[in-house]
Design a binder for this molecule. Structure first.
Ligand code: PLP
Length: 368
């Protein structure tokens, strides 16, 4: 049985007729970029998440770097981010000239809030909590530290659409919540897309202006902006998917529960959910000291897995200029060698999952 890590076709098939009807409706409308589907999606997504404003953008990276820029953070400023972040988080910080300051992850694979204060300097302007794998960061501690030191908070929710901490949706704690709608994400489009959430009306207006070449009125340019517009087709399809987000997240929780109950192998450490939060299981990430052997073993049965991520940003070739070396962030470096994302997607069958569990439990590499 061949099992791929993330089966997008299966997720499409779940609601295919609804997507197809909406796609035709948009195609036949004669209006394709920033229109009524985008406005409706912005209203509906903001309402669903419990934020005052949503601004649709072209992708998640734009949401991050535009947040940094529009909050007035740039050269000489520091932004705190976890050392096991995705590279886009770091690019979101450095694109505006700011410097990332890395803090190690905790046992929940996300930034260790107890280590935040030690990383704060006179240059620190913001904290960027990245809710990796659909898991929540400790937003209570993060917001307390941010308030105490007068720092801004930019949440990266690209993997956590509909995850809650203390009953409140992620993306509504900080100054801005950044989302990606890349097809593999929990609320994935059929192409690229992204957005920000904020309660700050003036800031939302700045995003609206900036995303469209810096203009509110056609051909009247107030600032040198960019082109980061969400298109009507993606927004329409996202509106369809949004109506199913709760059931899709519930299904992923069931899949995660089955992994939790079924995997019994002392060589494998299962993910844990932070107290007072839920998870939307963007990835089901296990830790295993013999990770590469395990991935190879699974592959021999045609079970595909992915490593999120094999190289921590501070050791990435792209960031040699930051001057870091192996050993600088030992926890992130260890995680990079241990983590393995198991197959996880909406529409995954019981049979497929049982097969994965059976093979995980059969992994007993020869000793010595
Ligand atoms: C996907 C992702 C992004 C970037 O989103 P794009 O839409 O691909 O630009 C940023 N941060 C995290 C954590 C992500 O997973």
């Amino acid at each position: 049985m061949k099992i791929i890590p993330n089966n997008l076709k299966r997720m499409y098939d779940l609601y295919a007729t609804e997507y197809e009807a909406k796609a035709l409706e948009v195609l036949r409308s004669g209006w394709y970029v920033l229109g009524k589907e985008v406005s409706a999606f912005e209203t509906e997504f903001a309402a669903k998440m419990g934020a005052k404003h949503c601004v649709g953008l072209a992708n998640g990276l734009d949401a991050l770097w535009m947040s940094v820029l529009l909050l007035g953070i740039g050269t000489g400023d520091e932004v705190i981010v976890c050392s096991n972040a995705y590279i886009a988080c770091v690019m979101g910080i450095t694109k505006s000239g700011a410097t990332p300051v890395f803090v190690e992850p905790d046992a929940y694979d996300n930034i260790d809030a107890d280590k935040l204060e030690a990383a704060i300097t006179d240059q620190t302007k913001a904290i960027m909590p990245v809710h990796l794998y659909g898991m929540s960061c400790d937003m209570e501690k993060i917001m307390t530290v941010a308030k105490k030191h007068n720092l801004m908070v930019i949440e990266d929710c690209a993997q956590a659409h509909g995850t809650h901490f203390q009953g409140k949706a992620l993306g509504t704690f900080g100054n801005v919540g950044c989302f990606s709608f890349y097809p593999t994400k929990g609320l994935g489009a059929f192409g690229d897309g992204g957005c920000i959430l904020t309660d700050d009306e003036e800031l939302a207006d700045r995003f609206r202006t900036y995303r469209n070449y810096g203009s509110d009125v056609r051909y009247h340019f107030k600032v040198v902006g960019t082109n980061s517009r969400l298109d009507e087709l993606q927004a329409g399809l996202l509106r369809v998917k949004l109506t199913h987000l709760d059931e899709m997240n519930a299904e992923r929780r069931e899949i995660a529960k089955r992994y939790e109950n079924g995997i019994q192998n002392p060589l494998i450490t299962l993910p844990r959910i932070r107290p007072e939060s839920d998870s939307t299981w963007h990835q089901y990430v296990i830790h295993c000291a013999l990770r590469d052997e395990l991935a190879q073993f699974l592959l021999s049965f045609e079970i595909g897995t992915v490593i999120h991520y094999p190289i921590p940003p501070h050791l990435s070739e792209a960031y040699q200029s930051l001057g870091y070396h192996p050993g600088d962030f030992p926890i992130a470096e260890r995680y990079a060698n241990e983590v393995l994302s198991l197959p996880m997607y909406n529409g995954m069958t019981l049979e497929e999952q049982s097969f994965v569990i059976e093979k995980l439990n059969a992994f007993h590499p020869k000793e010595g």
